[in-house]
Design a protein around this ligand. Structure first.
Ligand SMILES: Cc1cc2nc3c(=O)[nH]c(=O)nc-3n(C[C@H](O)[C@H](O)[C@H](O)COP(=O)(O)OP(=O)(O)OC[C@H]3O[C@@H](n4cnc5c(N)ncnc54)[C@H](O)[C@@H]3O)c2cc1C
Length: 406
């Protein structure tokens, strides 16, 4: 049988993997099978520029239709894969069709975590992951209307900023003590709460949702304290879970994601996995990670393509991420989980620009840089090459960034 690589899932990791396969010299057939009806598109603008109408649907595309055509990449869109038969090396589609493969790539990503609130089936209640969801929300947005966002993570806060931009009244409900609690230091959370409040967002922390209320259409969100916040639109952003069921049923190893080695290969040597669905060992942080970022989807997909082409290269990229809210460009390099010291450069209590450097047992592990591109770039370089920094120098803005790392 001639070589055929099937890529399951059609998003960031898939688009990169298919292109990288050709670059690495894969001469066989390539098919991308995706359950969404769209060409692979950028998800980050869904809560940002696309949400406020500053980007069109066409501008979301990761690659143009011509790219797939030119590189002889078949696209089977609107088709969910329901089964993988590893012995027969075949996949089955929802309509029962079977397709044979010689190599398989799993880029199935993640889906939103759903919380069964009473009333979550009402019109005007949305989760934020897919283009279809976001297109639907547009019917419920408009100046003067009210929105309640459940979840004060990055996506919730980005959506809040976007809705303020179009003149809506916005309330963010966060169950924990502070917004972004799982991912940042208290100083960074306090900064974002301050900015959102200055921009007119009502931020409620340690607030529990009891029910979403309304008659057919959402009318409000009732909190545990008995109060009800009026809403024409409710957006729930409380995290995602990896799409592992297909891999699990096929007998692949699963542990908070599809387990892959440093070459993005699963326990089946003919099957790779990359992106939000995969769990891999990171040599910089010396632990297993499942990341939810465009950087990881893209970089790991390149590694997976190399493995499929018989040119294995270990994955060792530094994780990085960004979040845009109002005029604030947050750039994150590294992973701050497990930090025991935070150094602030600049003033987080006033203004709109500072950087938070995270340390663990004296080792520099991550930075959150807000409107501080130089701090981000230099930290990224230092983290990638294992350099550390003197915390006292970092805190002193009279010392240039280039003189801080050693
Ligand atoms: C609103 C929003 C804002 C974001 N902002 C940022 C940001 O600012 N910066 C950043 O780095 N990251 C951001 N992210 C995260 C980023 O988009 C993800 O990390 C990235 O999309 C992961 O890409 P992926 O290819 O691994 O998976 P996904 O993008 O999740 O794609 C997986 C695809 O596979 C499909 N699929 C699953 N199972 C099957 C099946 N059985 N058959 C066929 N198809 C299947 C899914 O439907 C989906 O289309 C954001 C995400 C969202 C939703």
């Amino acid at each position: 049988m001639s070589e055929h690589c099937i890529i399951i899932g059609a998003s960031h990791a898939a688009a990169q993997l298919a292109g990288s396969l050709r670059q690495e010299g894969w001469e066989g057939r390539i098919s991308i099978v995706g359950d969404e009806p769209y060409l692979p598109y950028h998800r980050p603008p869904l809560s940002k520029a696309f949400f406020v109408g500053e980007k069109s649907e066409d501008e979301l595309l990761i690659r143009s239709a011509e790219f797939y055509d030119k590189n002889n990449i078949d696209l089977l869109l609107g088709s969910a894969v329901t089964h993988i038969d590893r012995d027969a090396k075949k996949i089955t589609l929802k309509d029962g069709a079977e397709i044979s493969y010689t190599k398989l790539a799993l880029t199935t990503g993640a889906r939103v975590r759903k919380i069964p609130f009473t009333g979550s089936e009402l019109a005007g209640v949305f989760y934020m992951r897919d283009l279809n969801d976001v297109k639907q929300t547009h019917k419920f947005t408009g100046p003067g209307k009210s929105a309640v966002i459940i979840g004060g993570g990055y996506i919730g806060l980005e959506t809040a900023a976007s809705l303020r931009k179009i003149g809506m009244n916005v309330t963010v409900i966060e169950a924990m003590e502070r917004v972004l609690q799982r991912v940042t230091a208290p100083e960074v959370s306090a900064f974002y709460s301050r900015i959102h409040r200055e921009e007119g967002v009502d931020i409620r922390t340690q607030a529990g949702v009891e029910a979403i209320v309304g008659d057919q259409h959402v009318e409000g969100v009732r909190l545990a304290d008995g109060s009800t916040i009026p809403a024409d639109l409710v957006i729930i952003g409380v995290g995602v879970i990896p799409n592992i069921e297909l891999a699990e049923a096929a007998g692949l190893n699963i542990d908070n994601g599809i387990v892959v080695d440093e070459f993005a290969t699963t326990n089946d040597p003919d099957i790779v996995a990359a992106g939000d669905c995969s769990n891999h060992y990171n040599p910089i942080y010396k632990r297993k990670l499942r990341l939810e970022s465009v950087q990881n989807a893209t970089d790991q997909a390149k590694i997976a393509a190399k493995s499929l082409c018989g040119k294995p290269q270990a994955y060792s990229a530094l994780p990085w991420f960004w979040s845009d809210q109002y005029d604030l460009k947050l750039q994150i390099a590294g992973l701050s989980q497990g930090f025991d010291q935070v150094i602030i450069r600049g003033n987080s209590e006033e203004g709109r620009s500072f950087a938070a450097f995270y340390f663990s047992e004296g080792r520099f592990i991550a930075v959150d840089a807000i409107n501080r591109p130089k701090e981000f770039m230099m930290s990224k370089r230092a983290l990638s090459s294992g350099q550390t920094a003197d915390p006292l120098k970092l805190a002193d803005e009279s010392i240039e960034m280039k003189d801080v790392f050693n």
